[in-house]
Design a protein around this ligand. Structure first.
Ligand code: SF4
Ligand code: SF4
Ligand code: FES
Length: 539
């Protein structure tokens, strides 16, 4: 709070709507107001983009200035002593003055001149700033009796459609392609009445970050072709979670209804992804829709799988582990949670490998946003909690003693090379814990149905050592069970002590006891933004 007795302040003193606050020099009036919980409507401002001050929606009255000022482009600094207002304020701002309220109405009337009244069919309805501000700050009626300008919809890229009639020319999308993706596909074509968003010739909006423009567009002008007319926002549930399509681990909101995902949007986290996500992750959930799921335990006999009960599967596993005298090998997975890999390590002991890694091109954007070449979400966590994993497992594996293989399958259909096929062919029994009938599942003998990515709960650790909370959005299918629970059941069956673990939090606790980096971990501590294992708040 401002100290009357201080002769020289470190921070300028702002009076805004009769509230006195100290702010960092160089803060804009809009930022200061938002931080203080004072609402100023705005369109063209985005905290990650250059300020242009073009929409005029954020006008405020600043004492001593002849005209209203755009609050997103008005910076607060220390005024010389003789120019301080009431002897102490560096700036005095009114966001609710009569003239501000009138200007807000005027701006909205102007923005709506050519805007169609199509909220009822617009995908943005329910989360549209034109709709919300018109209701809160606009006029109930328009004086515009002329015909509205009508333009046809245009595909800007394969996944983004523009409805020009709804565009308010805030230029957020243009600045995104200049400053965040650095791909420069969009620009404002023509001037004045003829202005419209267009792509630079022969350069469609098809970069891996393109989907973000549909999130930042404040109105229903930019539409994702993947979601258009599929649902309404008020029908959907929102679950905060983490993308599992690369080792960055972007924070996301999963929007779903009745066990079907409709869309993914980035969730703000400045320690991971900022405000954005890539299209690989955004549309990645579709992979799981058509997949050939395994929904009950299955045993192969004469080359044919038949369903069995969980009790039969458990009996078979316990008998086989006994018969093979503990000579078993395991395959951990960077696609599974820390808890599942930790439990696999407990079950198997020392002979553990991983399947060939899934890698692709590493992409780095000018804004610092990156898509990792490691397309698995949890290699860091897997190696932390399963440190016995052997490198080049298929080369070093001595199959003489090992006759039972337990595979945590990652659900990815891949062909195994000769070395791996040889390992598989030498086994007496291959147990595959999986959610899909992959090539690996097909080569197994006993299949245990686990959960698919958006059904799982647990922790994963990204490649900057941030542990994040994976929350489920969809329910499990058929007889399938959480992967940690399957391994826990086996461990409990094999243990002389009665149940080792009965729930996920006990597994997390045990993991922390074995691996001190993960000590005292809990979902509560991980929270929405994750927890860094580097010991600092930031990675
Ligand atoms: S399309 Fe959307 S983000 Fe782009 S200028 Fe128009 S309103 Fe703004
Ligand atoms: S960068 Fe990686 S984690 Fe982020 S959205 Fe893309 S695939 Fe998902
Ligand atoms: S948000 Fe300030 S002018 Fe647009």
């Amino acid at each position: 709070m401002y100290n009357e007795g201080r002769s020289s302040r470190l921070m300028p003193l702002l009076k805004i709507d009769n509230q006195e606050i100290e702010v960092k020099s160089g803060t804009t009036v809009l930022q200061a107001a938002l931080k203080q919980g004072i609402e100023i409507p705005y369109y063209c401002y985005h905290p990650a983009l250059e300020v242009v001050g073009s929409c005029r929606m954020c006008l405020v009255k600043v004492e001593g200035m002849p005209k209203l000022q755009v609050s997103c482009n008005t910076y607060i600094g220390e005024a010389p002593e003789e120019r301080k207002i009431d002897g102490k304020f560096d700036m005095v701002v009114d966001t609710k003055d009569k003239i501000v309220v009138q200007e807000q109405k005027n701006i909205l009337e102007f923005l709506l001149l050519n805007h169609p009244l199509d909220c009822s069919v617009c995908d943005q309805a329910g989360e549209c700033y034109l709709q919300d501000y018109s209701f809160k700050y606009g006029n109930a009626h328009s004086r515009f009796d002329e015909d509205k300008r009508v333009r046809a919809n245009v595909y800007l890229g394969s996944q983004v459609l523009i409805n020009h009639n709804r565009c308010i020319l805030c230029s957020l999308c243009v600045r995104f392609t200049r400053e965040i993706s650095g791909t420069n596909e969009l620009f404002v074509e023509q001037r004045g009445y003829n202005s419209k968003i267009a792509t630079v010739e022969d350069n469609p909006l098809d970069n891996y970050l393109a989907g973000n423009v549909t999130d930042i567009c404040p109105v229903g002008a930019l539409l994702s072709t993947d979601y258009i007319h599929k649902n309404r926002i008020w029908n959907l549930n929102k679950q905060p979670s983490v993308c599992q399509d690369c080792s960055v681990g972007c924070n996301v909101d999963v929007f779903y209804q009745k066990d079907k995902i409709f869309r993914l949007s980035p969730r703000e986290n400045h320690d991971v992804n900022g405000y954005f996500m890539c299209d690989i992750g955004r549309y990645g959930f579709h992979r799981y829709e058509e997949i050939d799921r395994i929904t009950s335990p299955m045993l192969k006999s004469n080359g044919i799988f038949s369903e069995i009960t969980w009790a039969e599967a458990m009996t078979k596993i316990v008998d086989e582990i006994g018969l093979n005298d503990g000579n078993i090998a395991g395959i951990a997975s960077p696609f599974h949670t820390n808890e599942t890999n930790f439990l696999l390590g407990n079950l198997i002991g020392n002979v553990i490998g991983i399947l060939p890694e899934i890698v692709d091109e590493e992409l780095q954007y000018p804004s610092g946003f990156r898509i990792s070449g490691d397309r698995s979400p949890n290699k860091q966590g897997m190696t932390d909690v399963c440190p016995q994993i052997m490198e080049a497992f298929a080369d070093k594996f001595d199959k003489k003693n090992i006759k039972l293989l337990y595979v945590l399958d990652d659900g990815i259909d891949r062909k195994l090379d000769k070395k791996w096929s040889n390992i598989f062919s030498e086994m007496n029994l291959i147990i595959v814990q999986t959610y899909a009938m992959t090539e690996i599942a097909k080569s197994g003998d006993l299949l245990l149905p686990g959960l698919a990515p958006f059904e799982r709960e647990g922790t994963i650790t990204n490649d900057r050592k941030r542990v994040q909370w994976l929350r489920p959005s969809l329910s499990s299918q058929g007889e399938s069970r959480p992967d940690w629970e399957i391994l826990t059941t086996i461990l409990n069956e094999l243990s002389e002590e009665s149940p080792l673990f009965t729930d996920l939090s006990q597994v997390i606790k045990a993991m922390g006891e074995s691996f001190p980096k993960y000590k005292d971990l809990s979902f509560f501590k991980i929270g929405m933004n994750g927890l860094s294992l580097n010991g600092a708040a930031k990675d």
